[in-house]
Design a protein around this ligand. Structure first.
Ligand code: CMC
Length: 432
């Protein structure tokens, strides 16, 4: 494997060093290129730019590989649960029994939202977009817990543990409270004795006079869904968290920015768009062929939602796991969902279609996650909120890598300016 590279511009040659990751990923280090040559690298959307070194998640989009801290997603999905995987993602190792207990306890102790913070909800219209509310309420954690709104946890790991527990546990509680608020229902307080997912379902679905008791299959499905979303390398929201964190902004503020990035329909909002698409097909009595034909027009607004991925070019390993889990869950719960049948038909048709084959477009994780959430009784408006709860450990771990890097510098990409060249100011009376 090459150790050095060089770039020739006209007759001048610029030596560049080569970086190789632990999985053999190769990169050319261009950090000094601009200073040496006057050229910068153009890579709109950063599709071929390594913006950091990271020890968290390994993803090979061509081979359909996803690993957290070295552990294959398939093994974690089979043997672990969301909280254990969150610990792994954040702290780098699977917890032993003692660490696992301590982590769980910390999460349980910081699940509640104080009365003063609850008032923030009341300031929003009941039909406000939940992700907009989530982003701003999470940002307000920095105002409510200013002692944790620091990026200097290097000497004070206990504070990082506390901020981590708060972020994970409270974002989950805020999510459930949003649902209650939007539906005009009183909040249900978290219970100390319930595991993370069961507690979320309790806060969503219990009533003052009757506790919701989740069947094991439901809690397991929610665990799996959150686990599969725990981290995903330098996706749009995670890169946002890192970028904001690189200015030494605190954890809560950085996560809030990540929630904003996640809300877009091309990222976390895709699971909502998938359900809307399946529902439209169902309502139209179409077999999906019209949608497939429209998707092939090349227009961005007609894309087959839940298909394609910015990095997976073979298959999305999460989609394989979740597709199977979706079928199993519906069978166990005895749910017959016509949208699942439509999804399966679309999947089969698209995978035989030259347009999708030649562009390597396969179902992604969002293609089936909406159907699972629907079976769990979670409304479409909450889908991206659930994604945010699942992605929180990845955001925390990425933020920490940035905050803990003594050599880290503020993220500051460059641009190619294509606006007007210099011109003189025109006074108002002379403007046409
Ligand atoms: N339906 C129809 N055509 C598509 C689709 C689609 N879903 N996705 C990509 N294409 C076309 C695209 O127009 C392009 O065509 P052409 O070569 O003729 O110009 C070609 O396929 C290659 O596109 P690409 O470079 O693979 O796409 P991208 O990297 O720019 O975008 C994407 C990736 C995920 C934004 C896109 O596939 C998409 O919009 N999918 C639907 C939305 C979706 O499901 N998003 C969830 C992503 S998974 C959740 C997460 O990890 O964030």
């Amino acid at each position: 494997m090459a150790n050095t590279a060089s770039l020739k511009i006209d007759d001048k040659e610029f030596p560049l060093s080569v970086m190789i990751g632990t999985e053999g990923e190769k990169a050319i280090d261009v950090r000094k290129l601009r200073a040496d040559s006057g050229y910068l690298c153009y890579d709109q959307g950063y599709g071929n730019t390594g913006s950091c070194e990271s020890a968290l998640t390994y993803l090979d989009g061509d081979a359909g590989i996803l690993r957290f801290r070295g552990y294959p997603i398939e093994q974690l999905a089979l043997h672990s649960n969301f909280i254990e995987t969150a610990y792994l993602v954040i702290y780098g190792e699977l917890p032993n029994a003692e660490k696992r207990k301590e982590f769980g306890l910390n999460l349980r102790q910081h699940a509640a939202i104080e009365t003063q913070m609850q008032k923030i909800f009341e300031g929003y219209p009941k039909d406000a977009p939940p992700m907009a509310m989530l982003a701003s309420i999470v940002a307000s954690l920095a105002a409510h817990y200013p002692h944790l709104a620091t990026n200097d946890f290097s000497k004070d790991l206990a504070s990082f543990d506390l901020a981590t527990a708060m972020a994970m546990s409270k974002i989950r509680t805020i999510g459930a409270m949003l649902y209650r608020y939007m539906n005009g229902k009183p909040y249900i307080a978290p219970k100390q004795d319930l595991p993370f997912c069961e507690n979320f379902l309790h806060m969503m679905f219990s009533e003052a006079h009757q506790d919701y008791v989740s069947v094991p299959e439901v809690a397991r499905a929610l665990n799996l869904l959150l686990l599969l979303h725990a981290d995903h390398e330098q996706n749009c929201s995670t890169a946002t968290v890192r970028m904001v964190g690189s200015s030494s902004a605190n954890l809560f503020t950085s996560i809030s920015a990540g929630i904003g990035a996640l809300s877009g329909p091309l990222h976390g909002g895709a699971n909502v768009a998938v359900m809307q698409m399946l529902q439209n097909i169902h309502d139209d009595g179409d077999d999906g062929s019209r949608f497939i034909a429209a998707a092939k027009s090349g227009s961005k607004s007609n894309r087959l939602m839940g298909f394609g991925h910015a990095v997976y070019r073979n298959f999305d390993p999460r989609a394989k796991i979740i597709g199977q889990a979706c079928e199993d869950l519906l069978k166990k719960l005895g749910v017959n969902d016509p949208l699942l049948d439509i999804a399966k038909r679309l999947n089969e048709t698209a995978l035989k279609d030259e347009y999708f084959i030649s562009r390597k477009l396969y179902p992604n994780v969002d293609f089936y996650s909406g159907i699972i959430m629907r079976a769990l009784g979670i409304p479409v408006s909450m889908f991206t909120v659930i994604f945010a709860i699942g992605r929180t450990p990845g955001w925390i771990a990425n933020w920490r890598e940035v905050a803990a890097n003594p050599k880290g510098r503020i993220y500051r990409p460059r641009q190619i300016y294509v606006g007007p060249t210099v011109r003189d100011f025109v006074p108002m009376e002379k403007r046409t």
